[in-house]
Every structure is written in structure tokens, then in C-alpha cells.
Design a protein around this ligand. Structure first.
Ligand code: PRP
Ligand code: MN
Ligand code: MG
Length: 178
């Protein structure tokens, strides 16, 4: 285990098993819809690449980079698009892939923006959900795990751009960010 991690919340095996379950459900719901699966960079990149392998129906992928945190453990509340989609979403069934929903600001901004571009439907899959953090009401359509009100890192989730490459998710030692 990485020295900056206080304890592990979800092991690599738990994460991969849950992704298999989510992928199977999504495949049932999107058979024959050729969904446009959108990865929200950078945090969702590991989840995206494991999830799409478990959605065994035709789909397309695109990527969007959005940032609201910067070098902080708190959301700035200001959502910025750093890289936009290459695919038109008009008439498409869109599935947004996120690593975590905390305040909900990132996803509510993104969902509204895709609906304004006339997507046929917009659903959200998140690996982690932190309902206690919400500042705006948003409920993911598919969610892997509920997480406590602690700052977690790993499997895509960063603190100041570090720890994204850990294959598990853990709680950061408080002395690392205080
Ligand atoms: C994190 C995380 C989600 C978002 C969730 O991204 O990956 O995208 O914040 O927080 P919210 O529900 O409070 O909006 P971040 O802005 O840190 O960018 P990153 O994915 O590049 O790390
Ligand atoms: Mn993110
Ligand atoms: Mg981040």
C-alpha cells in the first residue's frame, strides 16, 4: 500500500467485480442504441477503460475534460470545459462516465450542456457516489459504491494530480493535505 494512504476502502478486486455488474446492466439497457459513452477526463479515465470492456454491445466513445477542483480538496464551484467533444450529440443516447459525484456541480453542468445540444437521452454512471457532499440535486442512474465524507484517492481520483494510478481506492492521510 502507498505510504500516503491511511486505509484502503475498495480493493482492485472489489472495484473490478462491481464494474462487471454495472457493465452488464448498462449493456441490457443500451442494446441496439449505439450509445455515445463520454469519459469525463481526467478522473474517469481508468473507470472508462475498464467499464467499456464490460458493456458488450456496440457503442462509441468520446472524451471531455472538465475541471472544478484544481489543487484543492474542495470543489471551486466553477466548472470549466478544458476539452470539448469531437462527436455531435444531437439525437444520440449519451452515457456520461464519472469517477465520483460529490457536490454534483460538474455533472449537473455537463448534463444540462448535453441536453441543450439536443441529446436524445442523457444518463450518468459513476463509480463512486458521495451523497453527503451534494450542493445541487443530482442522482446518478448507475452507481458503483457509496462513499463516506472523506477525501479519497486512487483509481483515477487525484489529490493535486497524484495517486490516479493506484489500482485501489483509499483515504488519504490528513497530514498530506493539511
Ligand atoms: C473531480 C471528479 C469529478 C468531480 C466531482 O474532478 O473527477 O469529475 O470532481 O466533483 P463534484 O461533484 O463536486 O463536481 P476534478 O475537477 O478534480 O478534475 P479531474 O477529474 O481532472 O481530477
Ligand atoms: Mn473529474
Ligand atoms: Mg481532481
Amino acid at each position: 500500500m502507498h505510504n500516503d494512504i491511511k486505509h484502503i476502502l475498495f480493493t482492485e478486486e472489489q472495484i473490478q467485480n462491481r464494474i462487471g455488474e454495472l457493465g452488464a446492466r448498462i449493456a441490457q439497457d443500451y442494446a441496439d442504441k449505439n450509445p455515445l459513452v463520454i469519459c469525463v477526463l481526467k478522473g474517469a479515465v481508468l473507470f472508462m477503460s475498464d467499464l467499456v470492456k464490460r458493456i458488450e454491445v456496440p457503442l462509441e466513445m468520446d472524451f471531455m475534460a472538465i475541471s472544478s477542483y484544481g489543487v484543492s480538496t474542495k470543489s471551486s464551484g466553477v466548472v470549466r470545459i478544458l476539452k470539448d467533444l469531437e462527436t455531435g450529440v444531437e439525437g444520440r443516447h449519451v452515457l456520461i462516465v464519472e469517477d465520483i459525484v460529490d457536490t454534483g456541480l460538474t455533472l449537473s453542468y455537463l448534463r444540462d450542456s448535453l441536453l441543450r445540444r439536443d441529446a436524445a437521452s442523457v444518463r450518468i454512471v459513476t463509480l463512486f457516489n458521495k451523497p453527503s457532499g451534494r450542493k445541487i440535486e443530482i442522482t446518478p442512474d448507475y452507481s458503483g459504491f457509496e462513499v463516506p465524507d472523506e477525501f479519497i484517492v486512487g483509481y483515477g481520483l487525484d489529490y493535486a494530480e497524484k495517486y490516479r494510478n493506484l489500482p485501489y481506492v483509499g483515504v488519504l492521510k490528513p497530514e498530506i493535505y493539511s
